[in-house]
Ligand binder design. Sequence first.
Ligand code: HGY
Ligand code: MN
Ligand code: MN
Length: 423
Amino acid sequence: MDYNVLAPDRDRIASDIGELASTFVEGAQPGWTRRVFSDAYIASRAWTLSKMREAGLETRIDPAGNVVGILPGRNRSAKPLMTGSHTDTVHGGGRFDGIVGVVGAIETVRRLKETGTRLERDLVIVDFLGEEANPFGVSCVGSRSIAGLLDVEHLDRTDEDGVRLADAMVRAGLDPHEALSQAWKPGSLHGYVELHVEQGPVLEKSGAAIGVVTAIAGIERLLATFTGRADHAGTMPMDMRHDALAAAAASVVVVEREGCGAPVHGVSTVGRIESGPGSFNVVPDNARFWAEMRSTEADWLTGAKRRVAESIGIEASNRGVDLVVEWLNDQAPVRAHEKIQDTIARAADDLSFDWEAIPSGAGHDAAHLAHLGPMGMIFVPSISGRSHCPEEKSDFAQIAQGVHVLTTTLLHMDRTPAVRPSA
Ligand code: HGY
Ligand code: MN
Ligand code: MN
């Protein structure tokens, strides 16, 4: 088969991405903000649904708020294929993170229909609800629900106003109770593949058009709370202070040092710090920060969690400051299935696109869908490697190449026998 006939319509992709970005954004801050449960996000779900309907899909919004479209295959009892991503953003985010995978999935359906290419299996495309980290501390809400990884403990998590995730879902017209019980069975997918922007500099540096993802990093997130003692900043001698902010600041450097010294793929970040009471002339008696470590290597990640907890404990006790560490999220690294990696590479070769194998430092819905069947991911380059910021950008011609590889990969997967789950 000449896979070039499946080439996507680049201008249509650009128009969809532009329409979503310009129509559904929160507030006037720089970048494109569309956070889960915001009015802009809730309104945008109808947009995704209409795009799927226009493409001729059977559509629904499931109890967890995932927008689901199905392209019927010839054999409806065959295990389906699935692809998708997310359209929520971080605060002040970009126009491409996640969105490329949803728009790309819809364009794949259009091209299959326009070329009269019928799949053997159903193709399920999903715009997963709430992939990004949120004030409830539960990312990937929609894909966890489909994968059977959303539980009551997640629904009871509260934001800083004490609102439960379950209540926020009800306010958005969703059904958290049903979201707990709609899980698909492990092994129920013939395969899952997701198109996404790389969000880093590797592909741009190497010149490869396509990234074949080898693994998705695991993430350990923590909230460290330091409690010291308020004193007069002018009179209390340095060696008699219990300075919570000084302990937290020294601990920020501990977290940074953990990632900088990683012998394997490993990074660490403190994304936010707060302290009080906040006057020049008062020794701070409280501070807290939110941090995360990531790696595709489980052993390093486990070790980093232990080393950071020990070291920041020392920074606190050296200053007579109390410390409470709360671990918020423990997402293990997930390997992409070898056979799906090979299929993506084969599709890129069919289309004469240069590709390279690459780990994902970013988390993705695909990490959860791996519980339902063999998983793979396709990356396209990010300009200057930037993401989660207004400067996030990918070239539409390269996005179209990624969509072309997605379509061709799905065609190959449709025709290959079931693969055994990864070892
Ligand atoms: O944080 C992440 O890695 C993803 O972009 N949500
Ligand atoms: Mn993403
Ligand atoms: Mn993201």
